[in-house]
Design a protein around this ligand. Structure first.
Ligand SMILES: CC(C)(COP(=O)(O)OP(=O)(O)OC[C@H]1O[C@@H](n2cnc3c(N)ncnc32)[C@H](O)[C@@H]1OP(=O)(O)O)[C@@H](O)C(=O)NCCC(=O)NCCS
Length: 192
């Protein structure tokens, strides 16, 4: 699998993972809200996270990007620190489909980074000179209205509901399946 290209917007720059991202990737897995809203159940050691970050770019069927700031001062990037991650996984080359997931560190939520990161990835996913995909899907938990509203406003359509498929503490929660098709996406459109 080829490493994902760098994708640059006004707010965020998406770049392949580097070993130094292990600490931030670990922090993502320590955030109770992120764990709850993404339905994460597995737990990992620091060493496992570092190993994952080290070899994830070589794993087939997926493209992983670290979200970083796109801000430049005097032509130089102000920071290369990872703010979150965005992933196209379950890539099916025959059906030209993939699944999307993303997660930002708590301090960077609600600033428009997620919206722009999704837009950059969809531009690349559907472009004939990018991945040439036909369909990008995701599932979002019923307890996550922020993410669901964001996906709907970007152009994802609700396809259905997997009833009580996740645990939320001692309760159940549904997953809402959403997708966007290549002809439904307007490349480079301003989502702001
Ligand atoms: C979901 C997530 C990726 C979104 O990224 P983000 O950068 O925070 O989102 P943005 O700032 O780009 O946009 C959020 C939108 O949701 C809206 N929003 C915020 N809280 C909301 C709420 N409780 N209900 C409905 N909409 C809400 C905002 O107003 C904003 O819309 P706008 O751009 O029209 O103003 C990020 O918040 C995150 O990582 N959350 C925790 C993990 C997670 O939920 N991952 C997704 C799993 S499916």
């Amino acid at each position: 699998m080829v490493r994902g290209p760098e994708l640059v917007g006004e707010l965020v720059r998406l770049r392949p993972f580097v070993d130094a991202d292990a600490e931030r990737a670990w922090e993502l897995l320590q955030d109770p809200e992120g764990i709850r809203l993404t339905g994460t159940t597995a737990s990992f050691t620091r060493d496992q996270v570092a190993a994952w970050v080290h070899d994830v770019q070589e794993r087939p069927g997926r493209y992983d990007w670290a979200m970083t700031s796109a801000v430049r001062r005097d032509g130089e990037l102000v920071s290369d620190e990872m703010l979150g991650e965005i992933v196209l996984n379950d890539l099916d080359e025959d059906a030209r489909s993939a699944n999307l997931r993303l997660n930002l560190l708590p301090n960077y939520r609600g600033r428009g980074y997620g919206r722009e990161a999704i837009s950059l990835v969809l531009d690349h996913a559907f472009a004939a000179d990018g991945l040439g995909l036909h369909r990008v899907s995701l599932d979002v938990l019923d307890i996550n209205p922020r993410a669901r509203m964001l996906y709907e406003s970007i152009g994802f359509t609700v396809e259905g509901r997997l009833r009580e498929v996740y645990r939320d503490g001692d309760r159940w929660t549904d997953a809402i399946v959403m997708s966007i098709l290549e002809h439904e996406w307007e490349p480079g459109r301003d989502l702001g």
